[in-house]
Design a protein around this ligand. Structure first.
Ligand SMILES: Cc1cc2nc3c(=O)[nH]c(=O)nc-3n(C[C@H](O)[C@H](O)[C@H](O)COP(=O)(O)O)c2cc1C
Length: 412
């Protein structure tokens, strides 16, 4: 757990707010991306700068920020960003507000818009915690699906003894791991990709010239592997056909098949096509290959020039498109000019359902990088321009988009 999962940490104004910094730090160490929202009272106990530094993200404290270049409905975008929401510590006040639908600051407003799992870690004086009104609020929220971490008993900051202490940060992070795992399991159960047989191709092909030389391209395979991971996370049965790449195959793959040249890639894809529902062609396959492979190393001796004759390789995507039947076919377009138009043409020519278009000349996109900036272009011409994001996140977006395409197809 942790890797690539996103936690929104809400910090409210309790004396144990400082412990939340350790929770934030441990979540980061476990590989989570963390964004922090603080109430005004929380900022009286611990400065936003602490969370900003630990989370490596800006901290939201204001509903009506002066510093925004445009009016972003951040309480909604942040309510969609997280895979899980943790309120730690949670004051009696935030519990009361949430139980009664009150939205009078950023945190409470965002929480009303959250549809993912919310974990609440209450911490307060034991009389407050045992107050029947607080108890009622907690029970009401539990009935609505909010998950509570039981506070510890012991000496409280106010000097009194009883239940109300924030548990150890390790325990809180273990609960986050556990809830995320349950959410993932639930997502798999509910996913339209569950049990679907998917071929993902990845990496760069190599076209051999002689025993020591080949033509290739800078594709690292990172994007294809991220797509494979995202489909596995939704319960798909994934066969990865990998050309040249240094990436480590994800756990729970159905099969990994290596295919180094465009010819091998063609053969392996076609061999596996019959028994598959979805094809995602993320590999960078050479369009040309040397016409004559030389069995012996080409020698330089006496030559100032050398002409290499190339012949075109088979167009795998086009051939799948021609016989795709009910399969869903997703392609990638790595372009250096007229990105949208070229990608749209490719989508139509090759009978794709979706094309992921990226401008490889852009600084924040493309080959070998861990991030990408892409446009998702659909068969009906609709286009979704995505922000720059990690390839893992883009893989998730592609998986979710394919789910939507399946849903549309299933619609009577
Ligand atoms: C020193 C001090 C410690 C506090 N500790 C807690 C606490 O542990 N739990 C709690 O529910 N409220 C505590 N409060 C009260 C909250 O700060 C107060 O109810 C505030 O309105 C909560 O705002 P918030 O929920 O928007 O963060 C404390 C107040 C002070 C001054």
């Amino acid at each position: 757990m942790g890797e690539n999962n996103k936690v929104v940490l809400g910090v409210t104004g309790g004396i144990s707010a400082y412990k939340s910094a350790d929770v934030c730090s441990k979540l980061k160490k476990r590989g989570y991306q963390v964004k922090v929202v603080m109430t005004k009272s929380a900022a009286e106990f611990i400065r936003p700068l602490t969370f900003e530094t630990i989370s490596q993200n800006s901290v939201t404290t204001e509903m009506f920020s002066q510093n925004k270049p445009y009016l972003d409905t951040e309480h909604i975008s942040l309510a969609r960003w997280g895979d899980i929401y943790l309120i730690c510590p949670a004051t009696a006040n935030i519990i009361g507000k949430l139980a009664n639908g009150i939205a009078d600051d950023f945190l409470s407003t965002m929480l009303l818009a959250v549809e993912s799992q919310v974990i609440i870690a209450p911490a307060m004086n034991s009389s407050m915690y045992k107050n029947p009104i607080v108890e009622e609020n907690i029970n009401k929220l539990k009935n609505h699906g909010y998950y509570f971490i039981k506070p510890d008993e012991g000496m409280l900051a106010c000097g009194e003894e009883g239940a109300g202490r924030l548990p150890d940060s390790q325990i809180i992070c273990d609960e986050v791991d556990d809830r995320i795992k349950k959410t993932v399991d639930q997502n798999i159960d509910n996913s339209l990709l569950k049990g679907k047989k998917v071929i993902v191709t990845a990496g760069a092909t190599r076209e051999n010239i002689d025993p020591v030389r080949y033509i290739t391209n800078p594709s690292s395979g990172k994007m294809g592997y991220a797509v494979a991971r995202a489909f596995i996370n939704r319960g798909a049965i994934v066969t990865l056909i990998a050309a040249s790449t240094d990436e480590k195959p994800p756990d729970d793959l159905h099969k990994v098949i290596r295919a180094f040249s465009a010819k091998e890639m063609y053969e392996k894809v076609m061999e596996n096509l019959e028994d598959c529902d979805i094809v995602i062609k993320a590999a960078a396959v050479s369009d040309f290959t040397p016409k004559n492979y030389k069995d012996n190393k080409l020698k330089k001796e006496g030559k100032n020039e050398m002409v290499l004759e190339l012949t075109s390789t088979r167009d795998i995507l086009k051939e799948i498109g021609d016989k795709k039947g009910d399969r869903i076919l997703v392609g990638f377009a790595a372009e250096t000019s007229d990105l949208t138009q070229n990608a749209k043409d490719k989508l139509n020519r090759k009978n794709l359902d979706l094309i992921v278009a990226n401008d490889i000349t852009a600084e924040d996109a493309g080959f070998s990088k861990d991030i990408n900036t892409a446009k998702l272009i659909f068969k009906d011409g609709n286009m979704l321009e995505l922000d720059t994001m990690k390839k893992a996140e883009l893989g998730e977006k592609i998986a979710k988009t394919v789910e939507k395409i399946i849903k549309e197809k299933n619609r009577p």
